[in-house]
Design a protein around this ligand. Structure first.
Ligand code: AQP
Length: 343
C-alpha cells in the first residue's frame, strides 16, 4: 500500500482552514492508503508558546482527528515528540540542506517578521527540515496539505533528491547497504476546494490560528451562537447577488466555497442557488450549514475527550507503529552516512 503522512500543530484551536485544507481530506484517504496522522508538537514550540497549554492542545488535537472521522483501526495517530526519530532524522537532513534553501521559505519570512527578525528562533528557521523529516522518515508517497504548505513539500522533495544523490546508490552499497534511493520522493495532495480558506475579516489573508482576532476564524469547537455571530459579523461587500469568480470579491468567493464544501453541494448547484441572494439571506444559510456539519464532530469530540485512557492507548499504539517504521529509515541513514554502528 502507498503511504500517506500529514499533521497539524497543537497551537491554538483547530479551525475551518485546518479542517477543510487538511483533516477532512485525510478521512477519505485512510481506506486506500496506509496513513499516519501526527500531532506535530515539536513544530509548536518554534514560536513563543505557553507550556501550560501545550499538553492539553496536543490531546485536544488528537481527539479532534478522531472526531473528524480518522479511524484508528485503519490509521496510526501519534504525537511527534513520542517518536524521537523525527528530530534525529532532522539533524541528519539538516547536514544536507543548504542555508539558502531555507532562506527562501516564505513562511519563515512571514513568521519571523511577526516575531521580530532578531528574536525569531533557530527552530523556526529549521522548521522545514523537521517537516521534511516527518515525511521522509516514513517513506511517504503523498502528503495531504493546504496550499500554504506547498513550498515546504517542494523543499522536502529537493532534500530527498539531494540525500539520495549524496549518500545513496553505489556509495551506500559499498558501506554494506542495499544501494538505490534512501528516500521516496513525496508528492503533495492539495484539495480542489478548501485548499486556502480565507479569514472572515479579510478575504485576502488566510484563516489562521495566530491571527489576533478570533472573529477571523471559525474554530471546530465554536458554539452554535458563536458561529452565528461570527458569520453575521464577517466581512462582505455591496455588490448585488453572489458569485464565485469575481476577483474583486474575495470574501464572496471564500464564503461560497465554504458553503459548497460543508453543504456537500457542487459549485454549479451553489452558483445557481445563490446567484440572486442578498447577504442577509445567505449568511443564516451558511451559519446553519456550518452548524449542521460541525455539530456531530463536536459531539464525538466530547465523547472522546471524556475518555483520556482510551486516547492515551491510541496515541501509544500509534507511536509504536511509527517508531517501527521509522527505525528502518534511521538504520539505513546511519549506515549510508557512514556512522559507526553500536554493537
Ligand atoms: N486557511 C487555511 N486553508 C486551508 N488549509 C489550511 N491549513 C492551515 N491554514 C489553512 C492547513 O492545515 C494544516 C495544518 O497546519 P499547521 O498546523 O501547520 O498550520 P499552522 O500554520 O499552525 O496553522 P495556521 O492556522 O495556518 O496557523 P498560523 O497562524 O501559524 O498560520 C496544513 O496542512 C495547512 O496547509
Amino acid at each position: 500500500k502507498k503511504r500517506v503522512v500529514s499533521g497539524v500543530q497543537p497551537t491554538g484551536s483547530i479551525h475551518l482552514g485546518n479542517y477543510l485544507g487538511a483533516i477532512k481530506n485525510w478521512v477519505a484517504l485512510q481506506d486506500t492508503y496506509e496513513t499516519l496522522f501526527i500531532i506535530v508538537d515539536c513544530h509548536a514550540i518554534t514560536l513563543r508558546y505557553d507550556t501550560h497549554k501545550l499538553g492539553k492542545a496536543t490531546t485536544d488535537t488528537a481527539a479532534l482527528y478522531l472526531a473528524c472521522g480518522i479511524d484508528v483501526s485503519k490509521a496510526s495517530v501519534f504525537v511527534q515528540s513520542h517518536v524521537p526519530a523525527h528530530t534525529q532524522l532532522m539533524w541528519l537532513l539538516s547536514a544536507s540542506t543548504p542555508i539558502g534553501w531555507l532562506q527562501k521559505m516564505t513562511q519563515f519570512k512571514e513568521k519571523s517578521r511577526k516575531e521580530g527578525a532578531e528574536d525569531a528562533s533557530v527552530a523556526l528557521f529549521t522548521y522545514p527540515d523537521l517537516m521534511t523529516a516527518d515525511i521522509l522518515l516514513y517513506q511517504s508517497d503523498f502528503v495531504p496539505v493546504g496550499e500554504d504548505q506547498k513550498q515546504h513539500i517542494e523543499l522536502a522533495r529537493e532534500i530527498a533528491q539531494r540525500v539520495n544523490h549524496l549518500y545513496g546508490g553505489r556509495k551506500w552499497k559499498k558501506l554494506g547497504g542495499r544501494g538505490g534511493s534512501l528516500f521516496k520522493i513525496p508528492e503533495p495532495l492539495i484539495p480542489q476546494a478548501g485548499a486556502r480558506v480565507m479569514s472572515l475579516t479579510d478575504g485576502l489573508s488566510k484563516m489562521s490560528k495566530s491571527a489576533p482576532s478570533d472573529q477571523s476564524r471559525i474554530n471546530l469547537l465554536d458554539s452554535k451562537d458563536l458561529i452565528v455571530d461570527k458569520i453575521k459579523r464577517c466581512k462582505t461587500d455591496s455588490f448585488a447577488g453572489l458569485e464565485f469568480d469575481n476577483a474583486e470579491r474575495p470574501e464572496c468567493k471564500n464564503l461560497l466555497s465554504v458553503y459548497q464544501i460543508v453543504s456537500g453541494k457542487t459549485k454549479e448547484e451553489v452558483t445557481e442557488e445563490c446567484k440572486d441572494m442578498s447577504w442577509g439571506t445567505f449568511k443564516p444559510l451558511l451559519a446553519d450549514a456550518l452548524i449542521e456539519h460541525l455539530s456531530p464532530i463536536q459531539a464525538r469530540y466530547q465523547e472522546i475527550i471524556a475518555e483520556p485512557a482510551y486516547l492515551d492507548k491510541v496515541l501509544s499504539e500509534g507511536a509504536d507503529r511509527a517508531a517501527e517504521l521509522g527505525d528502518v529509515t534511521m538504520r539505513n541513514m546511519h549506515q549510508a552516512m557512514g556512522f559507526y554502528q553500536r554493537r
